[in-house]
Write a protein that binds this ligand. Sequence first.
Ligand SMILES: Cc1cc2nc3c(=O)[nH]c(=O)nc-3n(C[C@H](O)[C@H](O)[C@H](O)COP(=O)(O)OP(=O)(O)OC[C@H]3O[C@@H](n4cnc5c(N)ncnc54)[C@H](O)[C@@H]3O)c2cc1C
Length: 477
Amino acid sequence: MPKFFLVIQWILFWRALGSGACTVDTQSLHQLLSSDSIFGNSSTAPRWSDYGAPQPGAVIHPATEKDVQLTVRWAVKNEVPFFVQNGGNGWATTFTLGCDGIAIDLDLLRDVAFSDDRKLVTVGGGALISNVTAAGSRNGALVATGTCDCVGMQGAVLGGGIGYLTGEYGLGVDNVVSMNVVLADGSAEIVTWKSSPDLFWALRGAGPNFGIVTSAVFKSHPIGSSNLGTAWTGALVYTPAQLDSVLRVISNLTLTPPMSLSMTWALGDTGQPSIIVSVFYHGTEDAGRAAFASILGIGPVADGTGIVPYNMWNAGSASACAKGGRKPTWGVGMSRLDPASWHAVYDVWAELVGHAGFEHSSVLLNVNPMDTARELPVFSSSFPFRHTVSHFASITALYTDPTLDAMALSYGQKARELWQSADGLVHHSTYINNALGDEDLTTVYGISLLRLRALKKRYDPQCQFGQWFPLPCENVP
Ligand SMILES: Cc1cc2nc3c(=O)[nH]c(=O)nc-3n(C[C@H](O)[C@H](O)[C@H](O)COP(=O)(O)OP(=O)(O)OC[C@H]3O[C@@H](n4cnc5c(N)ncnc54)[C@H](O)[C@@H]3O)c2cc1C
């Protein structure tokens, strides 16, 4: 063949790769799975952030646990790398899956079923938080979930699980009773504290390294006279001129179990920065206003609080759920809020949103009372920071143009350094679900790292589950 045609073929090959034409031949898998399973592509499994996102050549939507097992066995046998998807919100840059791999999207496994006494709930491996709260509302029971409807229930809990009810019921991992898991060899196990203490411990904090949770049983909390199905919650808006007071008040505020607080910095519709403090109190309005009196005393320019039913608690964060765009996010755990470093981060954020293309970038702080979580010993699960971290900060650079990546990185790293310089901790500690992916493993796994490394070699020696803050396996020193 003349050299000219070889060159053209080479160019077409790379164009085809670039246009996403690279796929995985799943014909032989098709014949194995139940007829309700669906074979799709990346458009059937959209992600919250396109920055560093997995680029699967095919997406499988298994309809049953058996289908998940068959898919894992098929992938291992054919040496096809795979990645598991629940809500699609994970933003870790550790995802290396390319078009020679598949995504196993669990969105057909979304059942949520309560026990007759409403004290237990079985949640499918692909259920979203919205599925859980909607079913909870219908059944008259509360479940400790995250605060955004689009997030995967298991996706959040397998890394920790923090939300409005953390103060009263502990972390998501503290509410797990059992997990149905497909392991690296394709076997399925029901994992409980009794049946397999090591694996049960590892799954609750480092779950995506060990298996695919097809469903899990959680504690649930019946709504009754002593447990309201409503909360006083909503947004209080402040101006940049009030930032100093807001930071000072939050740094001095001690949250009691029914409380939760978040602060967001974002540009409003007019292009002016807004400081939005979202308050949450699981109780009456009077009790909520009393608990947050110091914040209210600053004098918000808008007060959007009210009594809200359980299935609407997450409504205020709906806009954060939009899929797509580039959203690298740097998270930092803290034991307290240090106003000086937050002022410095404000300057970094204000400069970032001043650049064309970055206007929708934001900063978020979540503060939760950790009293109930701290009733359990640190080794009760592999989530390592229950006794040290109470403040969870993150900065998200939001843009669409990949040529802006380097600029985004420089601002994100700067903010992270400033926060970490005053995090109040002996070791930097980032909640794994908030981490970017460039942190060392100690920063995300803390004191659990040593035991997790040993268990990884036992349960996944060939690193089949190697996409999410991967722990070293037998074949990787
Ligand atoms: C808008 C937004 C709001 C958030 N709010 C909260 C919050 O309130 N509280 C909180 O704790 N966190 C919160 N997070 C962080 C969130 O917990 C993590 O991003 C989490 O990893 C997302 O889970 P997912 O299922 O949506 O994403 P995915 O990307 O689908 O999953 C995340 C990781 O978990 C693995 N995984 C998911 N499901 C399974 C399964 N069934 N079995 C095995 N592995 C699985 C995936 O392979 C992936 O590695 C939020 C994130 C975003 C983007």
